[in-house]
Design a protein around this ligand. Structure first.
Ligand code: MG
Length: 128
């Protein structure tokens, strides 16, 4: 089964960098959104396996988008990727239902580790 990955970030460079860290095999299909609202709409349409989410974005922030996505799908696997290192920001998104928080600048091994962990958790959840 092809796994769908949704990358939500208002910076095209950040999206490109994140994509470059992810596996290139045919097992994965990538989709991108440039703000939170686009991200929510794409989520509804695609039902991605994993969503990478920036926080600071125009139109709709990542904070709001996470809340909307969790309303649609309580089991959504959202990995937040942000330059906001404040503990309060991290706590807010985890409380909203995000799976984990990674800090920018991103590191390839960190992204791959998070992807593995999220896929693993998702598959275990699906078995129950
Ligand atoms: Mg941003």
């Amino acid at each position: 089964m092809i796994k769908k990955i949704l990358i939500v970030d208002d910076s095209p460079i950040a999206r490109k960098m994140l994509k470059s860290c992810l596996p290139k095999d045919r097992e994965y299909e990538f989709h991108e959104a440039g703000n939170g609202l686009e991200g929510v709409n794409q989520y509804k349409e695609l039902e991605p396996d994993i969503t990478f989410m920036d926080l600071t974005m125009p139109v709709m922030t990542g904070y709001e988008a996470i809340e909307e996505i969790i309303k649609i799908d309580t089991k959504a696997m959202i990995i937040v990727v942000t330059a906001d290192v404040q503990m309060s920001a991290i706590k807010t998104v985890l409380d909203s239902g995000a799976f984990m928080v990674l800090r920018k600048p991103i590191k390839k091994d960190q992204i791959l580790g998070a992807l593995d962990k999220a896929m693993d958790t998702k598959e275990k959840g699906a078995q129950v």
